[in-house]
Design a protein. Structure first.
Length: 364
């Protein structure tokens, strides 16, 4: 058992999850300022090997393991997460205007299930504040921008919020993720339905074309390349709904899908029912999501014929969980809840297992 699980995690778990989250952010930022600490962290956690590299949508990822959106909502930890071994960091979900999110408490641990329930509600400082931080982002870290809408924005006007964030972040992130699958913003998931989803994504691709053309003109021409655009989906979709999403993604030439977000299901939990009920509404993440997210990845890969990138996220708590996602069809993976329960050694351990497995070569 590593130091994190033996000493650090038990102490962290004595306190409110959200308060500890903010403490960890502050502690990591302070730690990185200590002379020599960056080098020490790299030696402990970063694995460098050509077998880990992935070249996807014209981006070279040093390894396929990313930090999922939600952990670094306001782009405060990009450098620090790279020091812990992450190959890329997805920031957000960010909205046009700052918003406090849902009332507290809004994050709960289900320790018996190695899971979390959260109903954060896109709490963030707004896209303009994120842009100011990203102006000074480390150039050697791949950063994705996960964008959403404000709670007060009706679904009929949601595309305006997504477009605002897209335009604001265009020159500061390496790829975009459209988040219409969080269960914690009222009625957001209805935007996953085929017609509203297609309308919004079509608009974003038009803006993508516009901005990429402006960049080409500014840089003196060349081959125009849109910013990679991906869609993050819920694990609770039916196979028919997944079919419709695949159709939209292929038709609009999106670069990929992130599968999956948190689930609203509470089935097959080991935690006492009264504890789960007391936690209330919100998205469930962690080990209970492992099998379903892998099932969705496998279905998407087969249905699409590997025509777009799949990023697998949901219940990755061990190297084997990561390998299962990749063998099912995930080109990249992301961690969140597993990172909280297992600590940063999980990233290193997954990297080492990928290096050992010659079958895990990039598919695209």
């Amino acid at each position: 058992m590593n130091l994190y699980k033996r000493i650090i995690r038990p102490v962290f778990f004595l306190f409110d999850p959200e308060k500890i989250h903010h403490f960890v952010i502050a502690a990591l930022r302070l730690l990185a300022l200590i002379p020599g600490m960056n080098t020490a962290l790299k030696k402990m956690f970063v694995v460098k090997n050509p077998a880990l590299e992935r070249n996807l949508f014209s981006i070279r990822f040093p390894n396929p393991i990313g930090l999922a959106a939600g952990f670094d909502k306001d782009a405060k930890l990009i450098r620090e997460m790279a020091l812990l071994g992450f190959g890329y960091v997805e920031v957000g979900t960010v909205t046009p205007r700052p918003q406090p999110g849902n009332p507290k408490p809004r994050m709960f641990r289900l320790k018996k299930d190695q899971a979390l329930i959260n109903r954060m509600g896109f709490n963030n400082e707004g896209v303009d504040a994120m842009v100011q931080r990203l102006r000074n982002r480390p150039a050697n870290v791949i950063v994705g921008g996960n964008i959403g809408k404000n709670k007060s924005t009706p679904n009929e006007a949601a595309v305006e919020d997504y477009e605002y964030c897209f335009r604001a972040l265009y020159n500061y992130v390496d790829y975009f993720v459209v988040n219409v699958s969080s269960p914690n913003t009222p009625d957001l998931r209805s935007l996953q339905e085929k017609e509203p989803l297609a309308r919004m994504l079509k608009q974003l691709q038009m803006v993508n074309d516009e901005l990429s053309a402006k960049n080409d003109k500014r840089e003196g021409g060349g081959i125009r390349k849109r910013k990679p655009l991906l869609l993050k989906i819920a694990p609770d979709l039916s196979f028919q709904q997944l079919d419709e999403i695949v159709e939209v993604v292929l038709e609009l030439q999106l670069d990929g899908i992130i599968a999956t977000n948190t689930t609203i299901s509470r089935s097959n939990l080991q935690t006492d029912a009264d504890v789960v009920e007391a936690a209330g509404a919100g998205g469930l993440s962690g080990k209970p999501l492992t099998d379903r997210s892998t099932e969705v990845i496998r279905y998407l890969a087969a249905k699409s014929g590997d025509q777009f990138v799949i990023i697998g996220v949901g219940g990755i708590h061990s190297p084997q969980d990561a390998l299962d996602k990749m063998n099912a069809g995930a080109d990249l993976i992301q961690l969140y809840t597993g990172f909280i329960y297992e600590g940063p050694s999980l990233i290193r351990n997954i990297s080492n297992e990928i290096v050992k497995d010659p079958q895990l070569l990039p598919r695209k």
